[in-house]
Design a protein around this ligand. Structure first.
Ligand code: ADP
Length: 476
């Protein structure tokens, strides 16, 4: 049933119907025109022969008529005109017939054409002849004296067998031509439809396989037309979907892995607390460890929530003076840095650097970078926060004198859960998501984030944000 709905079937059926309709119209028009042409031609020829014969017989219809002479004259004309020829007198009585035996000599010719001719007019008709058992055309021509008085009639009757045979031949030829055209067009449209629907069928099959869960689909793009472009877009879509799905799977596996470590530790600690007698001192130590693991889990869940919130939400942006935000945060972190034996300095201009952003998210960025600087720099080191202009961007740099990041890891550190030194990250309460959040927020602000680092000397984390233009400032 579905094949009747297929493009191939419908295209072929439409082409065939068009060809059939066109050929039928052409055939009807052509056959009608030809029939009319043949009839007129035949009528003209007969009338001309009739007039010629009338000129011959006009003298002989005066007074005493000689039927034998007139009949032999009729015979002569009949041979030339390829028609039966009759001469009738003023009363419509046949006085000469090209058919000698069984002719109509001395009988009255009583028909409309003869009456018309006796009135001085030429007229013709077609009809069936019992005698020759065929269609005939009959023409009656008046025989006129010089004074225009009608003295008789020349009546000619010719068989239409030849005409109809020719028309039948043409009809047969048109029928065969129609069949041939339908075969050629039918074959052509099947091939054309296959060319169109072939790629569509591969697309459908690939989409079906994707629906079944096999996402690594790729189809050959063989043309540059609309279907080719559709196939190209399908390949891009399949690739992206495959990429996102495998990313999602990897992310889910990573999350499970991250959660399992603190859970295992907590389970061991709880079992030990339950099953072993302990000094209150030791018990407190175990409970502190449990608390630490709980904090880690909470931090992880918070960071995960933060990430998913970022992916979902559209935040209202407002004009933010980045220099003031940075200065505020440096102030807030002074105590924590001093407490860890680190110096926190700033090179932030007084002049306002206005950008379009979400203040809470920008605070999150700065605090993640400062937390890292604090975490990966030994006591005695220092961290400097600077802000400067670079063309139309406000660039923030957070430079530390910490452990640095090996070059081969630098391109991965903005990925989720990537850590250079897992133990150190854990010690500092890191979740492995801090820089992923930074990167997500800055990208969503239309900015860029990057790192320059050398092992042993320290790292510089940069983020550049486009300055707000005057339009943004006026609107806000
Ligand atoms: P974490 O929670 O582990 O700090 P991040 O996403 O913030 O996760 O950072 C990813 C990794 O990048 C860290 O584990 C660490 O190895 C490295 N890193 C980040 N900031 C610094 C820094 N300032 N100095 C040295 N290494 C850093």
């Amino acid at each position: 049933m579905t094949r009747f709905y297929s493009i191939r079937f419908r295209l072929t059926a439409t082409f065939l119907a068009i060809i059939l309709a066109v050929m039928i119209i052409i055939s009807i028009f052509l056959l009608n025109t030809l029939e009319r042409y043949y009839m007129n031609n035949l009528e003209d020829t007969l009338a001309r022969s009739g007039f010629l014969a009338a000129d011959f017989v006009v003298g002989q219809l005066r007074g005493q008529v000689d039927a034998v002479r007139l009949s032999s004259l009729a015979e002569d004309v009949s041979r030339q005109a390829q028609a039966r020829v009759l001469f009738a007198n003023q009363q419509g009585i046949v006085v000469g017939d090209s058919i000698r035996v069984g002719g109509l000599l001395n009988q009255a010719l009583d028909n409309e054409q003869v009456d018309n001719a006796l009135d001085g007019n030429v007229s013709s008709t077609t009809g069936y002849s019992e005698r020759i058992q065929h269609q005939v055309i009959q023409v009656a021509v008046p025989v006129m004296e010089e004074n225009e008085s009608v003295t008789g009639v020349v009546f000619l009757s010719a068989s239409l067998e030849e005409v109809y045979r020719t028309l039948d031949d043409i009809r047969r030829f048109l029928f065969l031509a129609t069949l041939l055209a339908m075969a050629v067009v039918g074959g052509g449209s099947v091939a054309l439809a296959r060319r169109f629907t072939g790629p569509l069928e591969s697309l459908t099959a690939a989409a079906r396989r994707m629906a079944e869960g096999k996402l690594d689909q790729h189809i050959e793009v063989s043309s540059a037309d609309e279907i080719g472009r559709l196939a190209e877009q399908f390949n891009i879509m399949a690739k992206r979907l495959n990429y996102y799905t495998s990313n999602l799977k990897k992310f889910a596996a990573d999350v499970a892995h991250e959660v399992r470590t603190p859970l295992t530790t907590m389970s061991l600690l709880t079992k030990a607390l339950k099953e072993h007698e302990m000094e209150p001192e030791q018990q407190k130590e175990f409970i502190d460890d449990l608390d630490g693991e709980l904090d880690r889990l909470t931090a992880l869940v918070n960071d995960l929530l933060e990430l998913s919130k970022l992916e979902k939400s559209e935040v209202e942006l407002e004009i933010v003076a980045l220099n003031r935000l940075l200065a505020d945060m440096v102030g807030e972190y002074q105590y924590r840095f001093a407490h860890s034996g680190l110096g926190l300095y700033d090179q932030i201009p007084e002049e306002d650097y206005l950008i379009l952003g979400a203040p809470l998210q920008l605070r999150q960025v700065i605090s993640n970078l400062l937390d890292n600087a604090l975490n990966y720099t030994e006591a005695g080191g220092s961290v400097t926060v600077s802000l400067y202009l670079d063309e139309n961007e406000a660039v923030t740099e957070i430079r530390d004198t910490g452990c640095g990041i090996p070059e081969e890891d630098q391109s991965y550190i903005f990925e989720r859960f990537f850590r250079v030194d897992r133990a150190r990250s854990r010690e500092g309460g890191g979740t492995g998501l801090g820089l992923a959040i930074v990167s997500e927020i800055i990208t969503r602000h239309g900015g860029r984030v990057w790192v320059e680092s050398e092992v042993g000397s320290g790292s510089s984390f940069y983020f550049a944000l486009p300055l707000a233009d005057s339009q943004d400032v006026i609107k806000n």
